[in-house]
Design a protein. Structure first.
Length: 407
């Protein structure tokens, strides 16, 4: 098959150029017209759930979902069973990746043994095989433990990627401690539970010189802290997710598909995140794709597990809400989805072996039953968005091809 793209707008060297593309593959021909062709996206925050939780997602289903959303590389978080905290447990994950992944998967190593925060993992042994170190899903509570981890990561030339959450400030909350929680009688998760640990970690970065990345930033205070840290010359980057940029706590419904950690916060927080994108404080957008079973997400806001899926909807949601509304230029969005994450995490996605193409004139309704992911919980279900992925080529092979072969 060969993919012929007529009259394509190809993103190249920071700008769009018009050209026809013929991309060889196996048997036959598929023609598309007037597509936008982008370098393959990279998501530095994805939960693929295997090994240990394959009833939620597998390497195979998660990477197919990634390709369906235009992603050619994903970084897989370590909250697995076994937790990758040494070579043996890491190999359990890497062997499945080698067998089943249809896009590039870069695993994280855990910061601490079992992600329990009590002893450092075997970071040195894992360093050649992981993209970075994280205990995502849990904040490292001990200052001394995080200091030791940062010193070791600095020695190894690896990033610490932190889920910032101070457990002493959680109080059993399930959503943002804001207006919706007060109106509906829910326990709230304070903004301080995030930004207080961001501040702690930034002080440790100043002390250790470690390369540091903040996961899923959701509060205006965190944005301000990171902005100042960058001005001070610290080696700091951060990410936020599509749902934090588009939704506020007043968009919540009494449904588990609106429950994630950190939670969607106030309009002021959302506006600060957007400002952070525009001024370069926030370096990239990551989905925090976190699939669970239908039963685990069926217990409402109070009882459902934390986490929503996002690989298959991220680009269309961001294009619809940010680009079409004039908040971001399309070129800036591509830097947030490709250029910046690739540079920071050392992800190699050369073209034309890694690219994706979208029809930016096609709108569609997000229907979770159409997902390739085993997860179905998305706050954007039923929303009409614009920008549909037509194909993704990863590692020189077709990873996703729309069944609509003529456009």
């Amino acid at each position: 098959m060969s993919i012929l793209v007529k009259d394509a707008l190809v993103y190249e060297d920071g700008r769009f150029v018009s050209r026809d593309l013929s991309i060889p593959a196996q048997g036959g021909a598929v023609a598309f017209h007037s597509l936008h062709v982008f370098p393959g996206f990279a998501d530095v925050h994805v939960h693929l759930r295997e090994p240990g939780f394959s009833y939620k997602e597998t390497i195979a289903s998660g990477t197919r979902a990634a390709a369906h959303g235009g992603y050619c590389a994903v970084c897989a978080m370590p909250n697995l069973n076994p937790v990758p905290d040494g070579l043996e447990s890491l190999e359990a994950q890497r062997s499945v990746i080698a067998r089943d992944a249809c896009v590039q998967v870069l695993p994280y190593g855990a910061i601490t043994v079992g992600e329990k925060g009590e002893a450092l993992s075997d970071m040195a042994a894992m360093a050649p095989y992981v993209c970075a170190f994280s205990d995502d899903g849990r904040g490292v509570q001990s200052d001394d433990m995080m200091r030791a981890a940062m010193r070791e990561a600095k020695r190894l030339g690896k990033l610490i990627c932190a889920h910032c959450e101070d457990n002493s400030l959680l109080s059993g909350g399930c959503i943002h401690d804001g207006e919706y929680a007060r109106l509906h009688g829910h326990r709230g998760i304070s903004s301080e539970s995030e930004w207080r640990q961001v501040a702690r970690d930034l002080a440790l970065v100043r002390e250790t010189g470690c390369g540091y990345h903040v996961c899923h930033v959701s509060t205006k205070e965190s944005v301000a802290l990171i902005r100042q840290a960058k001005r001070d010359g610290l080696d700091v980057t951060c990410e936020t997710g599509p749902h934090y940029l588009v939704l506020t706590d007043m968009d919540l419904q009494e449904d588990g598909r609106f429950k994630m950690n950190p939670p969607v916060r106030s309009a002021a927080d959302r506006d600060a995140l957007i400002e952070g994108l525009l001024d370069g404080t926030i370096d990239m957008i990551a989905t925090d794709h976190a699939p669970h079973s239908a039963e685990e997400k069926s217990r409402g806001l109070e009882g459902s597990l934390m986490g929503v899926v996002g690989l298959e909807t991220a680009f269309s949601v961001l294009y619809t809400h940010l680009v079409q509304k004039g908040v971001l230029r399309l070129e800036k969005l591509i830097e947030l989805l490709h250029g910046n994450p690739c540079r920071r995490f050392g992800i190699d996605l050369p073209a034309p072996e890694n690219l994706t193409a979208f029809d930016l004139s096609e709108s569609y309704e997000i229907q979770p039953e159409d997902f390739l992911s085993m997860g179905r919980a998305t706050p954007f279900a039923g929303e009409r968005v614009t920008g549909k992925c037509k194909f993704t080529i990863a590692g020189g092979k077709i990873a996703w091809l729309s069944s609509s072969t003529e456009n």
